[in-house]
Design a protein around this ligand. Structure first.
Ligand SMILES: *[C@@H]1O[C@H](CO)[C@@H](O)[C@H](O)[C@H]1NC(C)=O
Ligand SMILES: *[C@@H]1O[C@H](CO)[C@@H](O)[C@H](O)[C@H]1NC(C)=O
Ligand SMILES: *[C@@H]1O[C@H](CO)[C@@H](O)[C@H](O)[C@H]1NC(C)=O
Ligand SMILES: *[C@@H]1O[C@H](CO)[C@@H](O)[C@H](O)[C@H]1NC(C)=O
Ligand SMILES: [Cu+2]
Length: 162
């Protein structure tokens, strides 16, 4: 009985470590690197920056603006993006607004201040294959948390059996 339980716990440890390892591999990127999130020198700067990255579920981007007023606004469609439509949830950026990706998607960001978007303060972020799931899929972090709590409960069970 004890042997079979140890085996089960061993398996859960291996499974959890595997999942947690996946979650720990997440990266955080500062949008625009040292330039931060501002009006760029050329209008394709942020689109080029984003297209050179491979974003995965669990990764984060940080909008960092140390000078001027800027927003990190996510718009819903390519049309709104192309048109610099100043709608959507407008988040004023200071020294760090973070967005963590919890699903594959193609996301459209722009700054809604003045003509910043028209000057190129906008970018398209592709997370994973860029295709949003038709329903909200559980994230890797949620799966890792579920595995960790399964481990916690099975460890408790061992204590009770002893
Ligand atoms: C934000 O920009 C400032 C000034 O360039 C820099 O010191 C800081 O490390 C940046 N923060 C992030 C999260 O990149
Ligand atoms: C825009 O600026 C970036 C960074 O300076 C540079 O790598 C890129 O080639 C520029 N693109 C154009 C179209 O000038
Ligand atoms: C583009 O933006 C302008 C100004 O906000 C608006 O009048 C126009 O309807 C928009 N066009 C599209 C296709 O979204
Ligand atoms: C997300 O995209 C990646 C490709 O980058 C793919 O391997 C993975 O299966 C996708 N995840 C979901 C939930 O569709
Ligand atoms: Cu701006």
């Amino acid at each position: 009985m004890a042997g079979r339980l140890s085996f089960t716990v061993g398996f859960l440890i291996v499974a959890s470590v595997g999942l947690l390892h996946g979650a720990c591999a997440a990266s955080t990127y500062t949008v625009g690197d040292d330039l931060g999130w501002t009006v760029p020198k050329n209008s394709s700067y942020y689109e080029e920056w984003a297209s050179q990255k491979t974003f995965q579920i669990g990764d984060s981007i940080v909008f960092n603006s140390t000078t001027g007023d800027h927003t990190a606004t996510e718009v819903d469609t390519r049309e709104e993006y192309d048109n610099c439509t100043k709608m959507g949830i407008i988040v004023k950026v200071g020294a760090g607004v973070q967005k963590t990706f919890d699903r594959n998607a193609t996301l459209y960001y722009l700054c809604s201040e003045g003509t910043h978007c028209e000057q190129g303060q906008k970018m398209i972020v592709k997370v994973g294959d860029g295709i949003a799931p038709s329903f909200a899929a559980p994230s890797l972090a949620a799966a890792a948390a579920a595995a960790a709590s399964a481990l916690f409960f099975s460890t408790l069970a061992i204590y009770f059996l002893n």
